[in-house]
Design a protein around this ligand. Structure first.
Ligand code: KIV
Ligand code: ZN
Length: 497
C-alpha cells in the first residue's frame, strides 16, 4: 500500500468561512481531535493575518505532538518571518508559502510576468528554508495555470528546496480528468519530481472537489489537503471523511491513510458544533441521512444482508446506532465520558457548569443526545457577552397579532421593552430593537430541523447586518422563539462592545 499524507486545513481554509471563526481554546480542541483522528499535517493558521491567528499557531504547536504543524504565508519575507516565529514551539514544523501562477494572478493581481513570478517563488522557498527544513510551496490557481509553465515553477521550487508542492484548484474549476492529467503531466515532465511530494488542494465550487482529489491521487499525488465536513471558502474544500472512506472502500487503489476512521463522526460533530456550521442531512459519510434507509425495498434488503445496500459499516466511521442517550438520571461520570468520546475534555470546574445546564435541559427533554451535549459544552461562549437575555415572554396565535416583552441585561444593567409583530419572532425582535437602538437588518435566518420529537432543542443561525458588515449569531433552545432571540443577541454581541 502506498501511503497518502492527510493535510488538514480545517483551521485555516475552513476557518476562513464567515461566521466559522473559533477562539484559540476551541482551535486547540479541534487540533487535538485531529491528532486523535490521525491526520499527518495540521494547517494551524495564517500567522501574519491577525494576532489571533498568530497566537493560535503558537498554542496549537504547544498542544499537539505528532502531526506536523503548518503555517501559511504569502511568498513575502515578512510573512515567512512571522510564520517561523509562530511555529517556534512545534515539534514538527512546516512553512507553507506560495504565489499565484495563473495568468489571472500574474497579470491582474500582481501586474507582473511569468519570469518575475518564477523568481519570487524560488526566493520565497529559499527564504523559508533558512528557518525550517520542511517547506511546502503552493502555486495558487494552479487549476487554471498552463501546464508547461506550472512544470517550470514546480521544478524550480523543488530545486530551491521545497519538500512538498501544492497544486491548488483554487477556484474549483477543473474537471476530474483535467486535474488528474495536470498531476500526471507534472510527474512526467518535472526533473527532480521524486524529491518532493505532490499535493492536491481542491475547492468545491462545481461540486467536483472530491472527484478531482481522487483523480490527483490516482495520478500520483501523495498528499491531499482537506477539511472536516468539507468546510471552506465558498462551496468548501475536499472533505477529509470522503477521501478516507473512498480509500477504505476501494482497497484495489493500493493507497492508504493513517486516519482512524472510527473517529470521523465525533470529529465531524465537534467541528460542526464549534463552528456553528450545520452538516447537510444528505452529506456523504457524516450527514444525518448517510446511513438511513427509508424506502421499504432498501429496508428489506438491509435487514436480510446489510451489504445489499450499504458499502460501509456505520461503525467504521464511528456511528454507533445503539449509542446510549443520557437522561436526567445520568451522573457526572457518564457526562464526562460522553464528552470525552466527543473530543471535549473538561476539568471538574467546567464539568460542574455543564452538568448544571445538562440537568436543566434533561428536565425539558427526556433523552440528551450528542448534539445537545456539544451544544451545552459550547454555552460558556456566551458567558462573556455584554448583552444577555434576561427573560422573554411572547403571546401569539393564528388570527391575532403577536406581542412580546423582553428583558435584557447590558453590562449587568436591566432594560425592558414590549412590541408587536406579524409572528412571535418578529414581535420579539421588534421589542429587542427598541432597547438596542441601532441600525440592524436580519439577512439570513435558518432554523435547523428539529428531528427527534417536539421537545428537541432547536438551533438557529442568523446573519445580522450592521453598518455594512455582516455578523453571525447562533442560538439553541427548546423554545424556538427563544433560540431565535438568542441568535440575534449573539450577533449583536459581536458589534456592541
Ligand atoms: O485555495 C488555495 O489556493 C489556497 C492556497 C492559499 C493554498 O488555499
Ligand atoms: Zn484553498
Amino acid at each position: 500500500m502506498d501511503r497518502l499524507f492527510i493535510f488538514d486545513t480545517t483551521l485555516r481554509d475552513g476557518e476562513q468561512v464567515p461566521g466559522c471563526q473559533l477562539n484559540t481554546v476551541e482551535k486547540i480542541q479541534v487540533a487535538r481531535a485531529l491528532e486523535t483522528l490521525g491526520v499527518d499535517v495540521i494547517e494551524a493558521g495564517f500567522p501574519i493575518s491577525s494576532p489571533g491567528d498568530f497566537n493560535s499557531v503558537v498554542e496549537i504547536s504547544k498542544a499537539v505532538t505528532w502531526p506536523v504543524i503548518c503555517a501559511l504565508t504569502r511568498g513575502v519575507q515578512k510573512d515567512i518571518d512571522v510564520a517561523a516565529e509562530a511555529l517556534q514551539y512545534a515539534k514538527h514544523k512546516r512553512i507553507h508559502t506560495g504565489i499565484g501562477t495563473s495568468d489571472y494572478h500574474i497579470r491582474y493581481k500582481f501586474n507582473s510576468t511569468q519570469e518575475e513570478i518564477l523568481e519570487r517563488a524560488v526566493a520565497a522557498v529559499k527564504y523559508a528554508k533558512r528557518y525550517v527544513e520542511d517547506v511546502e510551496f503552493y502555486c495558487e490557481d494552479a487549476g487554471r495555470t498552463d501546464n508547461e509553465y506550472l512544470a517550470r515553477v514546480v521544478e524550480a521550487v523543488i530545486k530551491a528546496g521545497a519538500t512538498v508542492v501544492n497544486i491548488p484548484d483554487t477556484t474549483g474549476y477543473c474537471l476530474p480528468q483535467e486535474y488528474g492529467e495536470k498531476i500526471k503531466f507534472l510527474r512526467e515532465h518535472v526533473q527532480g519530481i521524486d524529491k518532493a511530494v505532490l499535493s492536491t488542494h481542491c475547492h468545491n465550487d462545481l461540486g467536483m472537489a472530491t472527484a478531482n482529489t481522487m483523480a490527483g491521487i490516482i495520478n500520483g499525488a501523495r498528499q491531499v489537503e482537506v477539511t472536516v465536513n468539507g468546510i471552506g471558502e465558498r462551496a468548501g474544500n475536499t472533505s477529509l471523511e470522503e477521501i478516507a472512506m473512498i480509500l477504505k472502500c476501494h482497497r484495489h487503489l493500493n493507497v492508504d491513510t493513517q486516519i482512524n476512521t472510527q473517529k470521523i463522526y465525533s470529529t465531524s460533530r465537534l467541528v460542526s458544533n464549534l463552528m456553528n456550521m450545520p452538516v447537510q442531512p444528505n452529506k456523504a459519510i457524516v450527514g444525518r441521512n448517510a446511513f438511513a434507509h427509508s424506502s421499504g425495498i432498501h429496508q428489506d434488503g438491509v435487514l436480510k444482508n446489510r451489504q445489499s445496500y450499504e458499502i460501509m459499516d456505520p461503525k467504521d466511521v464511528g456511528i454507533d446506532q445503539n449509542a446510549i442517550l443520557l437522561t436526567a438520571r445520568s451522573g457526572r461520570a457518564a457526562l464526562k465520558h460522553r464528552l470525552g468520546v466527543l473530543g471535549v475534555n473538561v476539568d471538574n470546574g467546567k464539568l460542574d457548569k455543564i452538568y448544571e445546564q445538562f440537568l436543566k435541559l434533561a428536565d425539558k427533554k427526556k433523552d440528551i443526545n450528542d448534539d445537545d451535549i456539544l451544544m451545552l459544552a459550547g454555552m460558556e461562549r456566551t458567558e462573556q457577552h455584554r448583552v444577555k437575555l434576561d427573560y422573554l415572554q411572547v403571546t401569539s396565535g393564528v388570527g391575532v397579532r403577536s406581542v412580546a416583552s423582553i428583558g435584557l441585561l447590558i453590562a449587568g444593567e436591566k432594560f425592558e421593552a414590549a412590541a408587536s409583530g406579524n409572528g412571535p419572532v418578529d414581535a420579539a425582535i421588534n421589542a429587542l430593537k427598541k432597547i438596542i437602538n441601532r441600525q440592524m437588518t436580519l439577512h439570513e435566518f435558518t432554523i435547523q430541523a428539529i428531528n427527534r420529537g417536539s421537545n428537541d432543542v432547536g438551533k438557529v443561525h442568523m446573519q445580522v447586518e450592521h453598518n455594512g458588515s455582516i455578523y453571525y449569531g447562533f442560538g439553541a433552545n427548546t423554545d424556538i422563539v427563544g433560540a431565535s432571540v438568542e441568535a440575534y443577541i449573539d450577533a449583536i454581541n459581536k458589534f456592541v462592545k
